[in-house]
Design a binder for this molecule. Structure first.
Ligand SMILES: Cc1ncc(COP(=O)(O)O)c(C=O)c1O
Length: 458
């Protein structure tokens, strides 16, 4: 770190409170300042180059130097730099994007609604669901079920849906009416001898018990990510989504698929809902929709959701919800161009084929003494590290080994992210097999470097 008083690092420490950072530790360790990007790589202010193995925050599908997105933004900025959709106003990029998203949806959807972030989109989904319950004359139907370790964002409602302690502690969350059911993590949570199907059946029973205990007439919706991302890249076990959906339809509970990470190709299909046979009533989209070149998110809602909302807005006189930046024309133009690129370059196919290579290379590490589980689909994966393979026990304390290896990976030229002891890989969808090899080679070197410090047991 450059410690001169006016270095960017020193000024960052002086002026900037970071998201998801230990603010006290940051005052000592300082920031890693990223200066530029090129394809799957980013470069820091000191000129060190890294493979961005998380695509930023699971989001830069087309890589960090896509001129066509810059041009799309510039063109739209010159023509109409800002407009909104309040009071029946609209603009061409928004009309085109709404049409495109509704047509892309894997199940029949009726309308697109635009927001600026995944959190805002999930908050909006929750408000729409409450509004709908009132419209249907079911004011008691307000409770929402999500899952422990699920991630849906950080605003008050979205953080409540999130099932991770760090998003609740000292924030006085979750709010009322949000319930969390079990995590579909077979490797960690299954009982001895239980098959994946049996485990899935047990989780569906857990869900049904919760619904019955609370009163089915009080449950409005279930929120879930097709693959849990920030909770540790947890891939659902066989039969999970089928069994969960059977319970939800039995009690007429809406299903919200949070596709913020899985959407637009990550799993090797356009949507995670296709990979896992999910038929949602609402889809929440963000991140890869614009490769995060500009913030934009969207909800797709089906007729079951739209129709009562339309009636209620007519009764009240308006749908009293909307964001100044929602459906921003420049972000919408960038999203449209980004979706064109995903299509033209068959990045979904690339996620499938290069993803299969990534999964195969990582699975070769399954016998490594520090590797507990390798999991993933397409171009999203995690390797969960343990010090005791048989007992699945961590080294020193939970997260310590993950942080150690994550730091070593960075020294070896790869930016990854450890969620506790799970090291995640979620690279840009443009990555090649050769680049995957470079990434996994660096991971192997990092594991080897960790070995002398960690004494594996068992
Ligand atoms: C599945 C999922 N939903 C919602 C969010 C929240 O999105 P944002 O950070 O844009 O608010 C995220 C962010 O990582 C996410 O992974």
């Amino acid at each position: 770190m450059d410690t001169r008083p006016n270095s960017p690092e020193a000024r960052d420490i002086r002026y900037h409170l970071h998201g998801y950072t230990n603010a006290r530790k940051h005052q000592e360790s300082g920031p890693l300042i990223i200066e530029k990007g090129d394809g799957i790589y980013v470069e820091d202010v000191a000129g060190n180059r890294y493979i961005e193995a998380m695509a930023g925050l699971w989001s830069v599908a087309v890589g960090f130097s896509e001129k066509r997105l810059v041009d799309a933004a510039t063109r739209q900025m010159s023509k109409l730099p800002y407009y909104h959709d309040f009071g029946s106003k609209s603009h061409s990029p928004l009309v085109d994007l709404a049409e495109k998203l509704v047509q892309m949806a894997p199940v029949p959807m009726s309308k697109a609604y635009f927001t600026n972030s995944g959190s805002e989109a999930n908050d909006t989904a929750m408000k729409m669901i409450w509004y709908r319950s009132n419209a249907l004359g079911q004011p008691a139907r307000k409770k929402i079920i999500s899952r422990k370790r699920g991630y849906h964002g950080v605003t008050i409602a979205a953080a409540s849906l999130t099932g991770l302690p760090n998003n609740h502690l000292s924030f006085d969350l979750p709010i009322a009416n949000v319930l969390h059911t079990s995590t579909p993590h077979y490797w960690r949570e299954a009982a001895p001898g239980e098959s994946e199907e049996q485990f899935s059946s047990r989780l569906a029973e857990d869900l049904e018990k919760l619904i019955l205990a609370e009163g089915p007439e009080t449950i409005a919706a279930f929120f879930g990510e097709p693959i849990m991302g920030a909770g540790g890249v947890i891939v659902p076990p066989a039969g999970y989504w089928e069994k969960i959906q059977a319970v939800l339809s039995k009690y007429d509970i809406l299903l919200v698929a949070d596709e913020v990470i899985c959407g637009f190709g990550r799993t090797g299909e356009m949507f995670g809902s296709q990979t896992f046979g999910i038929g949602p009533d609402i889809m929440v989209l963000s991140k890869q929709i614009s490769s995060s070149y500009l913030p934009i998110s969207a909800l797709l809602i089906n007729e079951k959701v739209f129709e009562p909302i339309a009636d209620e807005s007519d009764r009240i006189g308006t749908f009293g919800h909307g964001f100044t930046g929602g459906g921003h024309p420049v972000a919408a133009a960038v999203a449209l161009e980004n979706l064109k690129l995903i299509d033209e370059r068959d990045l979904v196919g690339n996620a499938r084929t290069v993803g299969a290579h990534l999964q195969a290379r990582l699975r070769r590490l399954a016998s490594h003494p520090l590797v507990g589980e390798v999991r993933g689909v397409g171009l999203i994966a995690a390797v969960e590290l343990v010090a005791d393979k048989a007992g699945k026990a961590p080294w020193e304390k939970p997260g310590a080994l993950g942080a150690l290896v994550n730091g070593l990976l960075q020294q070896n030229g790869v930016i990854s992210r450890n969620m506790g002891d799970a090291i995640a890989f979620c690279p840009p969808l443009i990555i090649t097999e050769a680049q995957v090899d470079t990434l996994v080679d660096a991971f192997e070197r990092s594991l080897a470097a960790a070995m002398p410090q960690v004494r594996p047991q068992g």
